[in-house]
Each structure stands twice: as C-alpha cells, then as structure tokens.
Design a binder for this molecule. Structure first.
Ligand code: IDC
Length: 479
C-alpha cells in the first residue's frame, strides 16, 4: 500500500488530489433504499443474466436472428444464463398497415421456446434504432413513416458513422416528431399499441416469457427536447400511459419493462420520467430497464476516467430513479469489444455494480464477432469468462446482498426468510471458476440446511433452515 502524508512536496499533494477521485470512481456503489425484485411463481426473487438476441435480426431476411437451438443451449446450459432480451420488430409484426404477420410471430415463438424450454426467461424487446426502415433505421415499418415537418429541418445530412449520428437526419427527426405527435398522427401510436396487443395475445400463456420491453431507446426526435429532458415528462409519459393499459387489457400478469430516454441517460445523466401506474389488479409489475453505455468506451476508446465518471453518475442517478419508480432494475443493454484496452476491467466493475444494485442484465449482444461473446468462428472470446459469474438465479426469501469476487472467486449471498416463498435458492456456480470444485458454508446450524448439486447445469439448489430469519452463504474454491 502507498502511504502519502500531507507534508510531502507539492507533487505528492497533486498525486493525492488526482488519486482520490479515481478511488472514489470504482467500488462503493450505491443501492436503492428498498431494492425491488422480479419474482417467479413461487415468490422467489430472480436475478436475471443473459444476452440480447440478436442485433442481426434488424436487417436479416424475415427478421430471423442468427441463433440456432444449439447456440441457445450454449447460452443457457453451458454459460448458465437464465435470461434473454429477445428482439422483435414492429415491421415484422405489422408489415402492412392493419396486416399482422402470423408467420413472423410463429418464427419468434419457436425461438422463444428454445429459451423457455431450458428454463430461461424471455423479455421481448420492441426494438428500434433511428426510428425505422423508411428512414434508414430499423423498427418501424415503412408505412408508419410520416415525413411531414421535414422541411422545418432543411439541413443537408452527411450520414456515415457512428450509427447514432443518423438521429440527426432531418427525415429521422420528422418521423419521430410525427410518431410522438398523437394529436396529428394518432394512427401511428395506435398501430404500435395494436402490434403489442398481438404480441401479448400470443405470449401471455407462456410463463417463461417474463414480460415486454415497451420500446428500445425512446428518442424524442429533436435534439433540443432531448437535451432539455422535457420529452420524458410529456410525450413519452403520455405514450406509456396509453400503451401500458392497452397491454393490460390483454395480459394482466406479465412484467412491463419501461425505458427512459436513451440519449444522455445511457451515459449517466438523470432521467426525468415520472412514476408510471399499472392498472392491473394486485401489485404493480413494472420494471425499469435503462441501458448503460459509458461515453468513450462505446466509441472504442480505452476504459478511462470519463467512463468511470459516467458509471458513477449512472449508478447515482439510477438509484434515485429506482427510489421514485419503486421498481426492479434490469439493465437491457451494455457492452463493448474485447479489443478495447481495459474492457475486461470495465466488465468486472459494471457487473459488480449491477450485483450491488440487485439488478438483472442482458449483454449487447450475442451476435458472433465484434462485441459478441463468440468470435466469427464461434470460439469464445475473453469476455465470456467475465460475463459468466457465480450468481443467485433465484432466491427463496428476501435478498439482502450478494457478491462475486472475480479474483478470489468467493461468492456470498445473504437473504432473509420471507412469508409465502417456496422452493429452493438456486445458485449458478460455473465450473470454469471452480476447476477443483468448491466448498460451501452457511450461517445456519449444521444439519439444518442442505443442498443438491446439478453438475450438468452447474446449479446448486439450497434449502435453508426456515426457523432462522437470516442466512449467509459463502462459496469458495476448494483447494
Ligand atoms: C448497434 C449494433 C450495430 C448497428 C447499430 C445500428 O451493434 O451493429 O450498426 O446498432 O443498428 C444501442 C442500441 C443498439 C446498438 C447498441 C450498440 O439500442 O441497437 O446496436 N446501442 O451501439 N444503444 C446504445 C448502444
């Protein structure tokens, strides 16, 4: 350890001034006052880990993602992921106005079943980037592209990369403004809502489909309201207030995942989205599903202080928002490339933060090559060792905290007994982190607790002593 005292020369004082903020930037993450969890039908708190599946469906024939059943087997059984954010597209569901494509939903359902039949949960994500196909993006069908207003933005648009600069294209601005302008182009939102109802009708009876991510990365259209953060309080809130009750008319039970504005919020700025209501009978089932992309890391710059500052802000602001929304947290997207220096460290830091926050997450995305867990020859990339963690998949009680130390491989879980919860606590203990096996300790008295081990799935099912309130479990590598 370096010891620095204040009577050192000026240079040392500068070192301190410089070091302190760095130390403050990693570790010591905040968590909500009362962390909420998605629960399964036995009342167990679910911690959901998985990937997005898959980005290539934005532009593939029929929006079919690249995955085969064997790839799902690898994600769910080999890597121990219990979750997937499955991309669907308005264009796939309603390719022509008022015409809903049953074959598209059949294709989706077949793939959804690959996941759910293996015990993984599916969140369906109505994806869009840059509005839709009519303006060079993905998501909305061409017929749902209203370009009036475009002349108000008579700029020459250069195009090019990075892809998100396309959000400045006047056609894109116009398409968004018209979509949000419910008074003038009501049919646009109404059809988006109808499309969601078709999806809900199809999946409401599949218990493995845990819910619906209403819209990927909502964007107001114009940069002015994006920067002023006025969109979330007005047009976005109004839209959610139309869409959520409409889905509830078809499906009372599934979780509804709502996102804040993406721009700026993704890298840590505070969201202004007000609390939403859920008209279902019983407790509300709304989950907060923001994305996390530190600014420069996303653009391929080495993991640095700006990113750490972004993550600190992201953590601080999401906690405030969770306190406002009183909802569980699912981080629907975060990701990057192994080629970026420090990317591994970033992953460890960010995954530790999610654990502290009691969050679930889906990595962007599972498409091989680039950012994917697999390279283009379908070999594992280094990031898999970090994404695959020891984690509590389902906690039979009230979670207090859990952690996985990536250096020592020590996993800890603390939880309390909770009325009405049944079943075992399931912990994923990946073979890759415990090549010589592991040993487990519990704060429960000897003989009053026990476990079963599924070596194929690498899942430990723990039964705690129900006569004591708190349980603390520690798993460490066997020597
Ligand atoms: C990216 C894909 C990239 C594609 C681009 C535009 O990785 O290949 O060219 O979309 O379609 C998001 C979006 C998500 C992005 C992802 C990474 O929700 O669709 O995927 N990202 O850039 N928001 C911030 C980052």
């Amino acid at each position: 350890m370096v010891k620095i005292t204040m009577n050192k020369p000026a240079s040392a004082r500068w070192t301190i001034l410089f070091l302190v903020p760095i130390l403050l930037l990693t570790g010591c993450w905040q968590k909500p006052t009362s962390t909420k969890y998605i629960t399964d039908n036995q009342g167990r708190a679910l911690i959901l880990h998985g990937t997005n599946s898959s980005g290539n469906a934005k532009h593939s024939e029929g929006h079919v993602p690249w995955i085969q059943e064997k790839d799902v087997e690898q994600e769910v059984v080999e890597w121990g992921f219990n979750f997937v954010r499955f991309l669907i597209f308005w264009d796939g569901i309603e390719p022509e106005r008022g015409v809903f494509d049953k074959a598209y939903l059949d294709m989706v359902e077949e793939r959804v079943n690959w996941y759910t039949s293996r015990g993984a949960y599916v969140m369906l994500d109505m994806h869009q980037d840059v509005y839709g196909y009519g303006v060079g993006g993905n998501g909305a069908p061409e017929w749902a592209t209203e370009l009036s207003l475009m002349d108000d933005f008579a700029l020459e648009f250069p195009g090019g990369s990075p892809w998100w600069l396309e959000y400045l294209d006047p056609r894109v601005i116009a398409a968004f403004l018209n979509f949000w302008g419910y008074n003038t182009h009501q049919y646009l939102q109404d059809h988006y809502i109808l499309s969601w109802q078709k999806v809900a009708e199809r999946f409401k009876d599949n218990p493995g489909v845990i819910g619906y991510d209403l819209m990927n990365e909502p964007y107001p259209g114009d940069l002015v309201s994006a920067v002023a953060l006025t969109f979330e309080k007005t047009r976005l809130k109004d839209f959610y207030d139309r869409l959520i009750p409409a889905i509830r008319r078809v499906d009372e039970d599934k979780w509804i995942f709502f996102e804040p504005q993406s721009f700026m919020i993704n890298f840590g700025v505070a969201s202004t989205l007000p609390a939403l209501s859920d008209p279902r009978s019983g407790e509300k089932r709304l989950a907060y599903a923001p994305h996390a992309y530190p600014l420069t890391l996303h653009e391929g710059v080495a993991y640095n202080l700006t990113d750490k500052f972004n993550m600190r802000e992201w953590n601080r602001n999401r906690v405030k928002e969770l306190n406002r929304h009183q909802a569980p947290l699912i981080v629907g997207e975060f990701g990057g490339s192994d080629d970026v220096p420090g990317f591994g460290e970033y992953l460890d830091d960010t995954l530790e933060m999610y654990d502290v926050m009691g969050a679930g997450w889906t990595y962007w995305d599972n498409h091989p090559g680039g950012w994917g867990p697999l390279d283009s020859d379908l070999n594992e990339t280094p990031k898999v060792n970090r994404l695959v963690r020891a984690y509590p998949r389902a906690i039979a009680g009230q979670p207090i905290e859990f952690s996985f130390d990536v250096e020592t491989k020590v996993f800890t879980l603390e939880f309390a007994e909770k009325e009405g919860v049944t079943g075992a606590t399931e912990i994923h203990l990946p073979d890759r982190h415990y090549p010589n096996g592991w040993r487990i300790q519990s704060s429960d008295a000897e003989g009053r607790w026990g476990y079963e081990w599924d070596s194929h799935r690498q899942i430990l099912s723990l039964t705690a002593d129900a006569s004591v309130v708190n349980h603390r479990i520690t798993v460490s590598p066997a020597n």
